[in-house]
Write a protein that binds this ligand. Sequence first.
Ligand code: PRT
Ligand code: MG
Length: 224
Amino acid sequence: MNAPTSHTDDFQQLTLALSKGRIFEETLPLLEAAGIRVSEDPEKSRKLIIGTNDPNIRVIIVRASDVPTYVQYGAADFGVAGKDVLQEHGGAGLYQPIDLQIAQCRMSVAVSEGFDYARAVRQGARLRVATKYTEIARNHFASKGVHIDLIKLYGSMELAPLVGLSDAIVDLVSTGNTLRANHLIEVEHIMDISSRLVVNQAALKLKRLRLQPILDAFASVAGA
Ligand code: PRT
Ligand code: MG
């Protein structure tokens, strides 16, 4: 690679990828533990690149499902992403050293109140499953030997069974309020979900001196 000489300074510069909302908010205390304070609130400033009190550390604001991609290609050195997002991405080019235990929820199968899920599975009927999480859904039902027709959605999976688009959904559940409000019942718990720190594999080697103290600070808070 024909890197210009100024790129030697890049070994000092760290870029962290975060998504707005719960991940940003729940990562703030971890950053604080590492002595890092962001200079702006992305909800208010609308800026996509945010500085910190450390001139060598910046935060970029990306869609939750885009965090692994930015880190994989090295556009960000590290990031925070849900296990759901990482399973769908596949984790190529990423090192996942720490379960931060933030943004916790679970991945579940849910159906309409009136739908007899156990019976449908027992009878070997083909299930129509609507979800944003096609990899997780495919693996889950394959491991049970249940044949499904997957319907890919990008949001509001809860609507699908209510209007006859699908028999079941695979979605994240936290309090269960959304399911209850829409007369849906959780019939299977696929996996527990929390957010992980992900690090670009090359950055981990080249920027280890800069990264390690931050990883240590995150780990000490996550374990506490
Ligand atoms: O919102 P956007 O489409 O931009 O992206 P995103 O939904 O991927 O991002 P965001 O910020 O909403 O979620 C980021 C991460 O937070 C997810 O990848 C999960 O790992 C984690 N997380 C934790 C959750 C929830 N809890 C959660 N409850 N993500 C989504 N939800 C949704 C869920 O999909 C459902 O619609 O909240 C609803 C259920 O909540 P309850 O409390 O009613 O059960
Ligand atoms: Mg969301």
